[in-house]
Design a protein around this ligand. Structure first.
Ligand SMILES: NC(=O)c1ccc[n+]([C@@H]2O[C@H](COP(=O)([O-])OP(=O)(O)OC[C@H]3O[C@@H](n4cnc5c(N)ncnc54)[C@H](OP(=O)(O)O)[C@@H]3O)[C@@H](O)[C@H]2O)c1
Length: 295
């Protein structure tokens, strides 16, 4: 039985990855700094996974002293560690780069056979942004490490598409640009299958998106249709959105960087090779009924 370490196990993608590795018969060690999260369904409908984990390793990737023994007995390392909505004053460099590097350094001293890492689609176009540069600096270290590896390059996750649903619920969607650019976002469960396939796959670079291509305007319309509302969309010129990120920058650099990334990524098509079966329409239905139950 192969033994896998899953770093990022409490996140949107990580929870689906835990479930998928277990389903395929792996022994699973999950790195978590807040293990309680493993027992709960997440805010974007990611599953509770405590029952699918053989061993929890409590650690904080930015503190290497908490990671002793992390890769002992491990064959495969998977990492979707990164900052998305976290507000713990750490930077992309601290976590997306150095945190993953700390895991890699440990893996290299043990008998790990392959490291599977999640970066972003079309990263070469956005490396001037700190969030993407941190991911890609780690990718280069991984490529140079001599360890067998695979880099997963997904488009947007369904979790991020929930922002449009939230805005539609409150009556108006604000959209940067003219809404004409296209994307094929992907559900965590579909992406998790790709991540686990990468253990035996030969590709080093795996660009991937979901089964349906939507324009950003179509996504907003889908969000309104979920609540049976007529679309009300306000278009924001990209220059104005960029100005807003500059204004918030002195107060919250991480948030400003993330917003810059979404603005830049939204100004072109983000269509990757399609995989999976989950559609955004059914995800929106599921998420909206959960919100309605909670209120
Ligand atoms: N969202 C997208 O559309 C998208 C698209 C392409 C690529 N990506 C990349 O995919 C990766 C995963 O995304 P996601 O949406 O699954 O993110 P997520 O839900 O925020 O999960 C990130 C994981 O990293 C962990 N983490 C963060 N800082 C940590 C630290 N200092 N020590 C230990 N663990 C830490 C989180 O733990 P906690 O739960 O304790 O915070 C969580 O388990 C990210 O690197 C992201 O940049 C995302």
């Amino acid at each position: 039985m192969l033994r896998v370490l899953i770093a990022g196990s409490t996140g949107y993608l990580g929870k689906f990855v835990v479930r998928e590795f277990k389903k395929r018969g792996y022994w699973v060690r999950a790195l978590a700094r807040n293990p309680k999260k493993l027992e709960q369904i997440g805010p974007f409908l990611e599953p509770a996974v405590r029952g699918q984990i053989d061993e929890i390793f409590v650690g904080e990737v930015a503190k290497p002293e908490t990671l002793h023994g992390l890769c002992d007995g491990i064959d495969i390392v998977f990492s979707s560690i990164g900052i998305t909505r976290q507000k713990d004053k750490l930077t992309y460099r601290d976590v997306d780069y150095q945190g993953n590097k700390n895991i890699l350094d440990i893996a290299l001293t043990k008998s790990v056979k392959k490291f599977i890492y999640v970066s972003v689609f079309n990263a070469h176009m956005f490396e001037y942004l700190e969030i993407v540069k941190a991911h890609e600096d780690f990718v280069r270290d991984l490529q140079d490490s001599g360890l067998e590896y695979a880099i997963i390059r997904p488009t947007g996750y369904f979790s991020d598409m929930s922002e449009s649903l939230k805005m539609a619920k409150s009556g108006r969607v604000y959209m940067i640009g003219d809404g004409g650019n296209r994307i094929n976002p992907i559900h965590g469960a579909d992406l998790a299958a790709v991540c686990v396939d990468a253990v035996t796959g030969k590709e080093h670079e795996i660009p991937v998106g979901g089964p349906v291509i939507y324009s950003l305007k179509e996504i907003a319309e889908l969000a309104f249709a979920t609540f049976g509302k007529n679309p009300k969309i306000t278009l924001i010129p990209p220059w104005l959105a960029r100005l807003a990120t500059r204004v918030i920058r002195p107060f919250n650099k991480q948030m400003s960087d993330l917003a810059e990334f979404f603005i830049a990524a939204g100004q072109g098509d983000g269509v990757a090779p399609a995989i999976g079966r989950h559609t955004l329409g059914s995800y929106y239905q599921e998420l909206a009924s959960r919100w309605l139950k909670e209120n």
